[in-house]
Design a protein around this ligand. Structure first.
Ligand SMILES: Nc1ncnc2c1ncn2[C@@H]1O[C@H](COP(=O)(O)OP(=O)(O)OP(=O)(O)O)[C@@H](O)[C@H]1O
Length: 221
């Protein structure tokens, strides 16, 4: 599903080039639940941005579902993102002026699905994460764990093959983190969605099938 071969990534910093990913190799099969760990600055966000086709890389190969993701036009990149990837962020990234159902329905709004139909589907996904009764509530009225579940429902509504989660439990207490991890495990187990979680929390990583450890732009284990 996700294959990285000899990936190099540099950032231009003034007149200098910062070598951030140094020949990274990684394969993640469809249906895996993995975590990516590493100290601050080891390149986790850089890697996640490449995996999410939000940023390009300088050399190497990234195959997503057997298709190379190098030098795509904006349109093509958006197409592959919508087709394959769901994003979940530490800060939830929900719109406070829209209720939970409308937040979940947002990807379908961009796909021009009519309002009635997209709201009906959004309710099904809210139900999937145990929040059907909260459909009419603003994210402002919800707990951190509930907000993250809304964000997961929003990621699921486009039927992604892969979910990329950047510190999804970073803003949550232990108990709420566990609830959120349960949802990830469930969608992974029941729907075969590949889940890739960047985390610095051992308790979170331990619940995944495989921990990928990054150090100085390379995988060390
Ligand atoms: N847009 C950028 N321009 C220049 N340098 C960058 C840019 N983004 C990241 N870097 C540098 O690249 C290196 C890797 O950063 P990255 O954010 O990928 O690490 P990280 O493992 O996600 O760290 P953290 O856990 O702190 O988020 C760091 O030295 C960082 O300063």
């Amino acid at each position: 599903m996700v294959v990285l071969q000899n990936i190099h990534k540099y950032y231009e910093v003034g007149a200098n080039k910062l070598h951030v990913l140094k020949g990274l190799d990684m394969t993640i099969e469809q249906g895996e639940l993995v975590s990516i760990m590493g100290s601050s600055g080891s390149g986790k966000s850089t890697l996640l941005n490449i995996l999410g086709i939000l940023d390009d890389y300088d050399s190497g190969t990234y195959l997503l579902n057997n298709t190379p993701m190098k030098q795509l036009s904006q349109t093509k990149a958006a197409y592959y993102r919508n087709q394959f990837i769901g994003f979940v962020f530490q800060s939830f990234n929900l719109l406070s002026f829209k209720n939970a159902m409308e937040n979940v329905a947002l990807p379908l709004y961009y796909q021009k699905v009519p309002r009635k139909q997209r709201n009906k589907i959004a309710l099904e996904y809210l139900d999937r994460v145990g929040l059907k009764e909260w459909a009419e509530h603003s994210p402002n009225e919800m707990s951190g764990g509930q907000r993250q579940r809304v964000a997961i429902a929003r990621a699921l509504i486009s039927k992604p093959k892969v979910i990329l989660a950047d510190e999804p439990t970073g803003a949550l207490d232990t108990k709420t983190s566990e609830e959120v991890m349960e949802i990830f495990k469930e969608v992974n187990r029941e729907e075969g969605i590949t889940v890739i979680i960047v985390t610095h929390e051992n308790d979170v990583a331990k619940q995944t099938q495989r921990i990928i450890k990054l150090k100085d732009g390379n995988i060390i284990s």
